[in-house]
Design a protein around this ligand. Sequence first.
Ligand SMILES: Nc1ncnc2c1ncn2[C@@H]1O[C@H](COP(=O)(O)OP(=O)(O)O)[C@@H](O)[C@H]1O
Ligand SMILES: [Mg+2]
Length: 264
Amino acid sequence: MAITITMGIQKGGCGKSTTTGILAHLLSKDFKVLAVDMDSQGNLSELLTQQPSNEFVNKSVLEAMQQEDARSFVVSVSENLDVLPANNFLATFARWIYTGHTYHGDHLPYKGNISFILDKLLDQVRDDYDFILIDTAPSLSEQTTNALCASEYVVVMFECSNWCYSAIPNFMDTVTAANKVSHRNVEVLGILRTMNDVRRSDAKAFNELIEEDYPDDVFETIITRKAPTGRLSLYGFEDNKELGPALTQYQDFYKELIQRVNDR
Ligand SMILES: Nc1ncnc2c1ncn2[C@@H]1O[C@H](COP(=O)(O)OP(=O)(O)O)[C@@H](O)[C@H]1O
Ligand SMILES: [Mg+2]
């Protein structure tokens, strides 16, 4: 039975999709992994498949949820790594569940619990994987609550800036709310400091502040800003000469994450 982990924070540009993609890549060296893209930007899908997200119109996680059929929409990336991709139409998710309107036509509003649509979908494939990683949208929307309610754990992404710092309490409240309603009892696995500019004094200050506020949650590993990581969306994981420098810190994060999962 897969362990499902959401990667989240409702602020954009915090390294969610990059970290989810790299973690999925690293996990797939040792485990069977499904990466689920719950952001209509489709960045995780593009990073892992190296195809534009428009390739997945009609073939995405949205249709999988609407047709209650996961396997037909899973895309194989490599032997141990699959992705349930997304594209811009995932932005119609909320409209579909509340009104029944889809870009294919009009249906009835969603009848079940609107927070468990993804959870129910993933139940079809949990036995096929060791890990399921879910990338989320930069908002506390239905996409994010569905991801949280489908997960045992969440990694909170903290890009060391004031606006990301101020996003954390509301994100934690949303995790607590999901924990109360979901039978998976989603809990925070840790807070990951990402995209750190170590030379900046404000980043250093926020690194320390987050340690004071959440001493039990912060991962020791700090992910710094590196050009090869930024270029990963361009070059991908295959035949990428600078992949090594892009992965080093993420390997440390991966080890810490596995340790924490094992300790729970
Ligand atoms: N460690 C890093 N070093 C340099 N650039 C990064 C790093 N992590 C992410 N990026 C880049 O920063 C931007 C935002 O990252 P992204 O993963 O898309 O964040 P989010 O999914 O939270 O919006 C992207 O252009 C990405 O390539
Ligand atoms: Mg993203």
